[in-house]
Design a binder for this molecule. Structure first.
Ligand code: GLU
Length: 482
C-alpha cells in the first residue's frame, strides 16, 4: 500500500485557533495511524494578509499540543518557480489563459450578476483573445492574471471521505485566478502543485474548502497529476447551533494554554470534534489516538463545541496527575498570582496544592483558590457577616469561636491533622451541646476568609496549629468590634 502522506497547510494570517488545531490533529493522527508522514507547509503567498507573528503562533501551538512534523515547515513564498512553471504549462496546453480585464470591469460584471441573482463568475471574455493579441498585451506589460480554463460542458466528480461522492457541473465552476497580477500564485494553484510535489495523498482540511475542490480537480487533471484522497471536516457550532464566538473557542489556541488548560486535555477534547471511537470511551492520550483514530469514524454532523466538556476533561487530567506533576504545572500560575514570602516555603506550597488539586478545573484558578493560604497574619480582614452561620447570631458565632479556640489550644501537634481533628472536634461539639453548623461555619470562614473553601479540618491541617489559632482570634475580634 502506498505510504500515507498528510499535511497541515495554514496561511499565516493570524493565530492558530482550535479549528486549525483540529485540522492539524486529524492530519497528524491519520499519518501516524498509517505509519505515514505528516508535513507542515506555510501557505504564505497572500502578501496582503500576511501577519508576521502568525507562523510563530502556529508552530508554538502545534508543539504545545505535542504534534511534530516529519517534513517542513515549507514556505510557499520560497517555491514560486514551481507554481510559475505549472501555470505556464497550463497556458501552453490550453488549460489556462491570460486575462487582462480591469478591476472596474470585473466589479461591474459582478454587480450585474448579483442584480440578476446569478452567482458571481468571470464571463470568459479574455478566453477569446487571439495568441497575437495576448502576446501584444504582454509585450506592452499590461496588467494581467492567469485563469483556469474550466471546460464549458461536462462535470467534475470526486470522492470525499467524509461526505461521499460529489459531482459539480462545469458551468457552476468559476474560471479561477491561478496567478495574480503581482506574479504570486493563488492558493488554488499553489495548493495543488505543492500537494502533488510533496506526495500528499490525503488532503484533510475544513469544509470551507470543499467548494474549491472542483477547481483543484481540474488543475490536477490539467497538470497530469494523480488525485489525492479528500476529507473535509465539518465546522464547529456552539451548543445553541450557531457560529462560535471568541469566548466559545474562536480564539487563539495559546489562550487556552494561558488559561491553564493542559495540552493533554485539549488534544483529547479536540479529537472528539468530529471523530469518536464508536464506543463509550472518552479518555485518550495522544499515543492512544495515534492507534485508534480512523477517518472512517469521522462524521459529517457539525461537532458541538462545548467548553464545559473541555473543563470537565481538564479537571479530570488534573486530578489524575501525581502531586509532583500537578505542582510542576500549577506553580507558574501560583507564582504569577500570589506574591507572598510564604511562597518560599516549598513544603507549605505543596500541602496547599495537595488540598486544591481536587477542586481545580483550569490552572489559572489555582491562584484564586490558594491565595487564602498566603495572606500574611497582619493583613487578615474579616467581613463579620461572613463569619455568622445563617441559622445563628453574631453573638453565638463569637462565643463559639471563643470556645473552640480554647479547645484547639489543648490539642497537641501530633493530633493536628484532618482525621483526628475532625473526629475529636465533632465529639467535642456534641459534648458541649452545640450544633455543627453553628461552630464549624465560623471556623471554616475564619480559617479561609472565603465563602467557599475546603473543609475546616483540611484548612486547619494545612495552615498548621499556630496559624489557625491566629486566624480564629482575628476573626473573633472582628466580631467583637462589630
Ligand atoms: N492555506 C489554507 C488555510 O489556511 C489551507 C487549506 C488547505 O488545507 O488546503 O486554511
Amino acid at each position: 500500500m502506498e505510504k500515507v502522506v498528510t499535511r497541515f497547510a495554514p496561511s499565516p494570517t493570524g493565530n492558530l485557533h482550535i479549528g486549525g488545531a483540529r485540522t492539524a490533529l486529524f492530519s497528524y493522527l491519520w499519518a501516524k495511524k498509517n505509519k505515514g508522514k505528516f508535513i507542515l507547509r506555510i501557505e504564505d503567498t497572500d502578501q496582503d494578509r500576511y501577519v508576521e507573528s502568525a507562523e510563530n503562533s502556529i508552530i508554538k501551538g502545534l508543539k504545545w499540543l505535542g504534534m511534530d512534523w516529519d517534513d517542513g515547515p515549507y514556505h510557499q513564498s520560497e517555491r514560486l518557480d514551481l507554481y510559475n512553471a505549472a501555470a505556464k504549462k497550463m497556458v501552453e496546453e490550453g488549460n489556462a489563459y491570460y486575462c487582462f480585464c480591469s478591476q472596474d470591469r470585473l466589479k461591474e460584471m459582478r454587480e450585474k450578476q448579483v442584480a440578476n441573482k446569478q452567482a458571481p463568475k468571470y464571463d470568459g471574455l479574455c478566453k477569446s483573445l487571439s495568441p497575437e493579441e495576448v502576446e501584444e498585451k504582454l509585450k506592452n506589460k499590461e496588467k494581467h492574471v492567469i485563469r483556469l480554463k474550466v471546460p464549458e460542458q461536462g462535470s467534475v466528480e470526486f470522492h470525499d471521505e467524509v461526505r461521499g461522492d460529489i459531482k459539480i457541473d462545469c458551468k457552476d465552476i468559476d474560471d479561477q485566478v491561478l496567478v495574480k497580477s503581482d506574479g504570486f500564485p493563488t492558493y488554488h494553484l499553489a495548493v495543488v502543485v505543492d500537494d502533488n510535489d510533496m506526495g500528499v495523498n490525503w488532503v484533510i482540511r475544513g469544509e470551507e474548502w470543499l467548494p474549491s475542490v472542483p477547481k483543484h480537480v481540474l488543475i490536477y487533471k490539467a497538470l497530469g497529476y494523480e488525485l489525492p484522497n479528500f476529507a473535509h471536516l465539518s465546522l464547529f457550532i456552539n451548543k445553541g447551533g450557531g457560529k462560535l464566538s471568541k469566548r466559545e473557542g474562536a480564539t487563539s489556541l495559546l489562550n487556552y494554554r494561558d488559561q491553564g488548560y493542559l495540552p493533554e486535555a485539549v488534544v483529547n477534547f479536540i479529537s472528539f470534534l468530529g471523530w469518536n471511537p464508536k464506543d463509550t470511551r472518552e479518555i485518550f492520550s495522544m499515543k492512544e489516538l495515534e492507534q485508534e483514530f480512523d477517518l472512517k469514524n469521522v462524521n459529517k454532523a457539525n461537532p458541538i463545541f462545548d467548553t464545559d466538556k473541555l473543563d470537565y476533561l481538564n479537571g479530570l487530567y488534573i486530578r489524575n496527575f501525581s502531586l509532583d506533576e500537578f505542582e510542576k504545572v500549577a506553580l507558574p500560575f501560583m507564582e504569577r498570582d500570589i506574591k507572598s514570602d510564604l511562597m518560599a516555603d516549598k513544603g507549605y506550597v505543596k500541602s496547599v496544592l495537595a488540598l486544591e488539586q481536587e477542586r481545580v478545573k483550569k490552572l489559572d484558578e489555582v491562584g484564586k483558590y490558594t491565595k487564602l493560604f498566603f495572606t500574611p497574619d497582619d493583613q487578615l480582614r474579616y467581613d463579620p457577616e461572613l463569619l455568622v452561620w445563617k441559622k445563628s447570631t453574631p453573638e453565638e458565632a463569637k462565643d463559639n469561636l471563643e470556645k473552640i479556640i480554647e479547645y484547639f489550644k489543648t490539642i497537641d501537634e501530633q493530633q493536628w491533622n484532618r482525621g483526628d481533628l475532625e473526629e475529636n472536634t465533632i465529639n467535642w461539639i456534641k459534648e458541649q451541646g452545640l450544633k455543627n453548623g453553628d461552630v464549624l461555619w465560623p471556623v471554616r470562614a475564619a480559617l479561609s476568609g472565603e465563602k467557599a473553601s475546603p473543609s475546616p479540618f483540611e484548612l486547619a491541617e494545612v495552615l498548621g496549629k499556630k496559624r489557625s489559632l491566629i486566624r480564629l482570634e482575628k476573626a473573633k475580634s472582628s466580631l467583637q468590634k462589630g
